[in-house]
Design a protein around this ligand. Structure first.
Ligand code: AMP
Ligand code: ZN
Length: 302
């Protein structure tokens, strides 16, 4: 088989057969087109890239770091240490720190334990206050990321969410009729409150397999999957989508491109954000979920 673009020998076939150079060019051009089409990055933006240490967020950070001059924006990186020993890879911090040094990116390290004002493994503490591990961790990461970005004067947050994540979220949320979540699945989620920082997902049209290949071809050292994201990926939706993928490798790409085009109107009234009466962070309740967890954790010690 020959490369679709230059007819050299094929090195990779995910969506199309490509040699290494043409694959990298095609991948980068697809992301650049998305950035332009949805104005994900514009001159003067201050972008905070959230890096977990996995292939998706590191590939995204690598590509964005190369685009700083073209799109004229500033970029720094944050890694959130979730404080759950079985989910945390002890190498992650040093891998991401080194990655940033090599690309002249300022690196920030945020600990969820500091946010909650506790010591000790969060898994044990969540168990004591009867909170489900993965959803609590995800909620705390979103809170920490938004608060940190706003306080450090970033106007956008980028994540490494890719077409595989979006397709999985889409089906899960469609089945549980969480349409207000689906409505947010776009390459850009603008700020919905003065205290909410806009989100961008530059890898919206990239497949996980492509991110892995991009990381490999660029010799990017990956910190390895944390147990947590590994677990989330290995659910039944993953298996189902894999089956569809075998027949239609462009299935996920078509789902996300469809989501880019549709506007979902929700019949029930939308969530109205106000400020938490305790910490001042945006929430749709009187006291935000993080402050309620904090209170229960403090209750353990008293
Ligand atoms: P996940 O939910 O683990 O698939 O992660 C989705 C995206 O959220 C990643 O691509 C990162 O951009 C971001 N993210 C997840 N975990 C972390 C973390 N511990 N620190 C910083 N960013 C994270
Ligand atoms: Zn609060």
């Amino acid at each position: 088989m020959r490369c679709l673009a230059c007819k050299k020998a094929v090195e990779i076939k995910i969506l199309y057969p490509f040699c290494r150079e043409c694959f990298l060019k095609h991948y980068e051009e697809r992301v650049q087109r998305l950035i332009r089409r949805f104005k994900l990055l514009v001159k003067g933006d201050r972008l905070l890239m959230a890096v977990s240490g996995g292939k998706d967020s590191l590939s995204c950070a690598n590509l964005l770091s190369r685009l700083r001059e073209i799109f004229n924006f500033q970029m720094e990186v944050v890694h959130i240490d979730v404080g759950i020993s079985e989910c945390t890879n002890f190498r992650t911090e040093s891998v991401v720190r080194k990655f940033c040094e090599e690309r002249d990116l300022k690196f920030h390290f945020v600990r969820l334990q500091d946010l909650l004002g506790v010591n000790g493994d969060l898994k044990t503490l969540f168990k004591k206050v009867r909170r489900p591990l993965c959803s609590t961790c995800g909620m705390l990461k979103r809170y920490a990321l938004n608060k940190f970005a706003r306080e450090k004067k970033f106007n956008k947050i980028a994540t490494g969410h890719c077409a595989d994540d979006i397709t999985r979220f889409f089906f899960k949320n469609w089945f549980s009729q969480n349409f207000d979540w689906i409505a947010k699945f776009k390459p850009l989620t603008p700020s919905s409150h003065p205290k909410v920082v806009a989100r961008i997902r530059p890898l919206f049209e990239c497949l996980e397999a492509e991110n892995l290949a991009y990381a490999k071809f660029n010799n990017i050292v990956i910190a390895g999957c944390s147990r947590c994201s590994y677990f989330l990926r290995k659910d039944k939706w993953n298996d189902l989508l894999q089956l569809v993928d075998e027949r239609r490798p462009d299935f996920k790409l078509n789902i996300v491109r469809g989501l880019e085009k549709i506007e979902i109107k929700i019949k029930k009234s939308p969530r109205v954000l106000k400020e938490c009466s305790s910490c001042g962070e945006p929430t749709d309740q009187e006291i935000c979920a993080v402050c309620r967890i904090k209170a229960r954790l403090q209750g353990l010690n008293s």
